[in-house]
Design a protein around this ligand. Structure first.
Ligand code: F6R
Length: 370
């Protein structure tokens, strides 16, 4: 059942490319227009949506944070991302023109279920992005867009995360299509770029696993890890930190790279690892330079610096002790590849420490209590 892998988590990480591919399948026509027939909300209703609120927990909430960057850019409506357990208790502003998107792998997370019930009581429409057919969250939602990642057995979520990003992106592109906020050509181009992602993820798995494992060995005795990223790299940093704390029981903190000087830099200690998600260097945009100078600063304080960076980035090597390379891809799609070495890093650290990677202590696969 583990298909020759030592653990479900290892198997499921290697299914990241398929999860992306299968979630895209059948969701666009020959030309590249988005077709979401299964989502039974009238295009007119979608056209009227003026705000999205994503409700989710844990990894699913980080997929929502990634999607915020893309959907706001493509659709020009505000997207809020709220932890489901916080949402319900703050009197959120919900109208019939608000689309609440509940993201959940299991479809049984009680916090997320309670949040969507509250949203529906207030007259908002709820669309579920879910990996489990027929589970409670899609059943109680107005519409569902399934992620086709296949069953996820390991407690730590991996392939479901990349599939959630893809599903949320399809929703964003569909909204852009019905609201005419992107040209058809632009949508077709993004669809083509999405279709190219499974091969890029596969390339990371094929070429970076050795470096990741050597890094895990080198860092086995580290006391704490810091993860930092900017823009879409910020939720990826949060996700990398969550994976490592969940299964390797290592104290980790993920944060936005721009926050470094506002506090977290005080945590940097000689020899302790800092993992940095580096945006593309193409065009040497300002974000790239700012993140590079963040690495420089932590390096100057003795940190062991691990970067996730784009192939061909000639700046990163100056300050990074080790680099996990990602193939070139558009910034908004980079989380789909950047998270992969971080999933592998958590797996390797846990495995090398002798822990049960599929069933970490204190955790359950679906959290069915509030
Ligand atoms: C992380 C993890 C949890 C879940 C969270 C939401 O690896 O597994 O953080 O992502 O409990 O679960 P779902 O997506 O089932 O609602």
């Amino acid at each position: 059942e583990k298909g020759g892998w030592d653990s479900f988590m290892e198997k499921e990480i290697h299914e990241d490319p398929t999860a992306v591919n299968d979630t895209l399948l059948g969701r666009f026509n020959q030309a590249g227009d988005i077709v979401l027939d299964e989502v039974r909300i009238e295009p007119d209703v979608f056209r009227s949506i003026d705000k999205i609120i994503v409700v989710a927990c844990g990894t699913a909430s980080y997929a929502g944070m990634v999607a915020k960057y893309a959907i706001e850019h493509w659709v020009r409506i505000p997207v809020e991302v709220e932890l489901a357990h916080e949402f319900r208790y703050r009197d959120p502003i919900l109208t019939p023109r608000t689309l609440v998107v509940a993201i959940s792998q299991s479809g049984e997370t009680m916090d997320t279920l309670m949040a969507l019930r509250h949203a529906r009581e207030q007259g908002s429409r709820v669309l579920a992005i879910c990996n489990t057919q027929g589970s409670t969250i899609p059943r109680e939602s107005d519409a569902v867009l399934y992620t086709h990642a296949g069953p996820e057995i390991a407690v730590a979520s991996t392939k479901a995360f990349v599939a959630q990003i893809v599903a949320a992106y399809l929703l964003g592109l569909y909204l852009a299509q019905v609201k005419n906020t992107l040209f058809a050509d632009e949508i077709h181009q993004i669809v083509a770029q999405l279709k190219a992602m499974p091969a890029k993820i596969q390339r990371v798995l094929d070429t970076q696993a050795g470096t990741v494992e050597a890094t895990a060995k080198r860092l086995l005795d580290a006391h704490s890890f810091l993860f930092l990223g900017r823009h879409v790299g910020y939720p990826v940093a949060m996700e990398g930190a969550l994976k490592l704390k969940e299964i390797a029981y290592t104290f980790t903190e993920g944060f936005a790279a721009g926050e470094l000087k506002h506090g977290p830099i005080a945590l940097v200690e000689a020899g302790e690892p800092v993992v940095v998600i580096v945006p593309s260097a193409r065009g040497r945009d300002t974000l790239h330079n700012k993140v590079i100078s963040g690495i420089e600063e932590v390096k100057a304080r003795g940190a062991y610096t691990v970067a996730v960076a784009e192939e061909g980035d000639s700046d990163v090597g100056k300050y990074a002790d080790v680099v996990f390379w990602r193939p070139e891809c558009p910034t908004l799609l980079s989380p789909l590849v950047d998270v992969v070495p971080l999933q592998l890093l958590a797996l390797d650290m846990a495995r090398l420490k002798g822990y049960d990677v599929d069933k970490p202590r204190n955790l359950a696969k679906s959290v069915t209590v509030e």
